[in-house]
Design a protein. Structure first.
Length: 139
């Protein structure tokens, strides 16, 4: 299996700038998973953003993911959608070493400050997760 594409690495670097550095704590769910978390339809980054009243500034339109930045009254956040659930898991595993907070759903991730994610969760659902700022074991 080949390593992450340049687009994914660039996306992750930008994510760190938008979401900020997370705590050094181990990754854990910040709240209980939403019932039916992965039963909702998979939405594109644009569809997710529209659900919370944002027209995203799209910055990545790769074969494996789409990513846009939203700047709203609720705060700034990055909306990323994936073509596969495995792609989302791989991206999230890689992103966790940079820390930050994420709202995670079926084939999508929203990255932002925890307070912003709490607000977005009311509309989007999903599970809140925090990453660590250390290299994962075995890496």
């Amino acid at each position: 299996m080949s390593g992450p594409s340049r687009g994914v690495i660039g996306t992750l670097a930008a994510l760190v700038l938008v979401a900020g550095c997370g705590s050094a704590a181990r990754p854990e769910a910040a709240a209980s998973p939403t019932p039916g978390l992965y039963q909702e339809a998979a939405l594109s980054a644009e569809e997710l953003a529209a659900k919370v009243g944002c027209e995203p500034a799209m910055r990545t339109k790769a074969a494996e993911l789409r990513e846009g930045v939203c700047r709203t009254a609720d705060g700034n956040y990055v909306v990323t959608s994936f073509t596969t659930e495995q792609g989302r898991r791989d991206w999230l595993d890689y992103a966790q070493m940079y820390g930050g907070s994420h709202l995670v759903g079926r084939r999508w991730v929203v990255s932002a400050a925890p307070a912003v994610l709490e607000t977005l969760r009311k509309t989007l659902g999903g599970e809140l997760q925090t990453g660590r700022s250390a290299v994962p074991s075995g890496a």
